[in-house]
Design a protein around this ligand. Structure first.
Ligand code: FAD
Length: 407
């Protein structure tokens, strides 16, 4: 009989298991993969952006999905405590652009190995290749878990830390939702978030590989601006990706049944008047050139044929012949460059899952279920999700820690 059974060997599960064992609890950690922390190895493009060097209040703001639920968790185990935790395990960290924290070695493997050494040191039992299917309960009290082969594991307390549904090849395939639902928990609709977008226009393929910096992308839903982001985006063979697109994608997932398009302002730093002045200066400079040869100072090369195609201006027309109306049209294209969204790339390519176990049914100070005694949740299985920047992993570590000190 264990004091705590942890289901899932990701950041949330490993942290909870290690901290509970440190407090003298008898802990069993069950993981369905043949290794622990498989998803963590691919985080931050293999560099693991483990947290962010910002204030707790900013953390909360960066969780569009239920940030306020995390107050207790983040104050109990903050980003600074996490960095200190890894430093004591021999992994030094560094801060990069936007407060993103990485191991100095730029290797996610170091983070996983440090966590493994932490739980090894605490002497808890780890069993790999065990896929848990359901919870064992008596009345409203948890008694253990059952695996897919029907084997039972008895424990006074159980933590579900199986992650969300995104990147299922890493092990997180959404198993936690059915387990929680079976014992009465409400599951808020799950959606792919931080995910690239599929688009309609054929010319998008011609732009494959083009990265646009310092642009503003707005998501328009049924004619209304829903959200906008400033920064970098990328064109791909299927549509669009890159930091600002990933941040917008959550809203796209929640509005898939509606009419959505992206409106890109290619020159957001300039007012329309400033942009018009700029355009006129360029047109004066190139007044004897054909329209198609006058745009090099304004757009990256790859974008020029697309801009020409989308405008009604004859590409061979001499620049001095371009009318005011035509210039206005070009200004519209530069400030409201439209790309129609047909969908997201789905859970297979989503960095996180929005939705999950309803946080109203979980005690934010302990992560214990309010419905089933002794049952806990931590990490992405909960209805929490953040933007990129290290917030998601910190959320997993902090909620896992809270379980570790409360069981
Ligand atoms: C490509 C990519 C890059 C990312 N980069 C970053 C980043 O740089 N920074 C950041 O903050 N976040 C990043 N994330 C998000 C972050 O990895 C997750 O939010 C985080 O790993 C969630 O932790 P978790 O412990 O809740 O779940 P997971 O890490 O998903 O771990 C859950 C574990 O449970 C196991 N499991 C699942 N079902 C069962 C079962 N039935 N029985 C037993 N075990 C089971 C799984 O195999 C898995 O090992 C990235 C995600 C992806 C996909």
């Amino acid at each position: 009989m264990y004091d705590l059974i942890v289901v899932g060997g990701g950041p949330a599960g490993m942290m909870a298991a290690g901290v509970a064992a440190q407090r003298g609890k008898k802990v069993l950690l069950l993981e369905k993969n043949a290794q622990l922390g498989k998803k963590m190895l691919i985080t931050g493009k293999g560099r693991c952006n483990l947290t962010n060097d910002c204030e707790i209040e900013d953390f909360i703001k960066n969780f569009p999905g239920n940030g306020k639920f995390l107050y207790s968790a983040l104050y109990s185990f903050s980003n600074w405590q996490l960095m200190d935790f890894f430093s004591r395990l021999g992994v030094k960290t560094k801060v990069e652009r936007g407060g993103r924290v990485f191991p100095v070695s730029d290797s996610a493997k170091d983070i996983v190995e440090a966590l493994k050494s932490f739980i090894e040191k605490e002497g808890l039992e780890v069993r790999l290749k065990i896929s848990i299917e359901s919870l064992i309960t008596e009345g409203e009290i948890v008694k253990g878990v059952k695996d897919r082969d029907g084997n039972a594991y008895k424990g006074a307390k159980v933590l579900i830390a199986v992650g969300g549904k995104s990147y299922p090849t890493t092990g997180s395939s959404g198993d936690g939702y059915s387990m929680a639902k079976e014992v009465g928990h409400n599951i808020e609709a799950i959606k792919a978030a931080l995910v690239p977008l599929n688009t309609k226009e054929g010319w998008v393929k011609d732009l494959q590989g083009l990265q646009l910096k310092n642009v503003e992308a707005s998501l328009i839903v049924d004619g209304k601006k829903e959200t906008s982001q400033f920064g970098e985006m990328l064109f791909t063979h299927f549509g669009v990706s890159g930091p600002i697109i990933l941040s917008i994608s959550r809203e796209v997932s929640y509005n898939l049944d509606k009419n959505t398009y992206l409106s890109i302002n290619l020159k957001p730093a300039l007012s329309r008047e400033q942009l018009d002045n700029r355009l006129q200066r360029d047109f004066e400079k190139y007044s004897r050139k054909q329209f198609k040869n006058s745009l090099n100072d304004l757009f990256p090369n790859k974008l020029i044929p697309v801009i020409i195609k989308l405008s009604s201006i004859d590409s061979e027309k001499e620049v001095h012949q371009i009318t005011r109306e035509e210039r206005e049209e070009l200004l519209n294209l530069m400030t409201d460059f439209r790309i129609t969204i047909t969908g997201t790339r789905g859970f297979r390519e989503a960095i996180v899952t929005a939705g999950g176990v309803d946080v109203k049914e979980v005690n934010p100070s302990t992560m214990e279920s309010k419905l089933v005694e002794g049952l806990y949740f931590a990490g992405e299985v909960l209805d929490i999700d953040a933007y990129t920047g290290g917030y998601n992993l910190q959320g997993a570590f902090s909620t896992g820690y809270l379980v570790g000190i409360n069981v």
